[in-house]
Design a protein around this ligand. Structure first.
Ligand code: ADP
Ligand code: 5GP
Length: 186
């Protein structure tokens, strides 16, 4: 990689653990970090904006992106596809920006294979019960989606040892400080 290339950090963790909340705060405090906007076939939730939360695609559009090699990684999650557009990540790394990907486990594994120098962080809940409380408390998912997310969470939690670091999201402030330290921002 070029001498001026930025660092790639991946944050993974079960749905509802607080990834979105923590990443938002991290970006507010460190506006130089560039967060990748993913492509997805999932329908927008209330308040989500095209190009900011996600690029919302039809199944056909998403398949075309995969076919043309436009995604750095992609995976199925709870009945939908999600993927990281390749070009903007490569450009930001080339310009030397710190790049952040907030993606699920299978995607993190793919990125690990192609960016051996990247840093991968797993965000863990204080307990499974608390995770369920947070998913339900968020109030954005139907019961079926909640059940799929909880099933998937069990699998993801078993994989946490694969990561360079595990951060427990007990208190937001404490977890944020730990993330900053791990990313060399503190
Ligand atoms: P994810 O992006 O991992 O799916 P969210 O950021 O949407 O998770 O958080 C899920 C819910 O948990 C939200 O309602 C959020 O306000 C809440 N939450 C996040 N972090 C904490 C925390 N440390 N303590 C209590 N609630 C939290
Ligand atoms: P949500 O539907 O809650 O926004 O996201 C569901 C899961 O998809 C989360 O675990 C999130 O990290 C993951 N995700 C979001 N974007 C991507 C992506 O580009 N690639 C992969 N592999 N996972 C993603």
């Amino acid at each position: 990689m070029a001498a001026n290339s930025g660092r790639l950090t991946v944050i993974t963790g079960p749905s509802g653990v607080g990834k979105g909340t923590l990443v938002k705060q991290l970006l507010e405090r460190h506006p130089n970090i560039w967060l990748s906007v993913s492509a997805t076939t999932r329908a927008p939730r209330e308040g989500e904006m095209e190009g900011q939360s996600y690029f919302f695609h039809s199944r056909e559009q998403f398949d075309q992106l995969v076919k043309s090699g436009g995604l750095l990684e992609w995976a199925e999650f709870a009945g939908n596809s999600y993927g990281t557009p390749r070009q903007p990540v490569e450009e930001h790394l080339r310009y030397g920006s710190p790049v952040l990907l907030e993606i699920e486990l299978e995607g993190a594994r793919q990125v690990r294979r192609s960016f051996a120098n990247g840093f991968q962080i797993f965000l863990a809940p204080p307990s499974f019960e608390e995770l369920e409380r947070r998913i339900r408390g968020r109030g954005t998912d139907a019961e079926e989606a909640i059940q799929r997310r909880l099933q998937r969470a069990e699998l993801e939690l078993q994989a946490k040892e694969e990561f360079d670091a595990v951060v427990m999201n007990d208190s937001l402030e404490r977890a944020l400080a730990e993330l900053e330290e791990l990313m060399g921002l503190a």
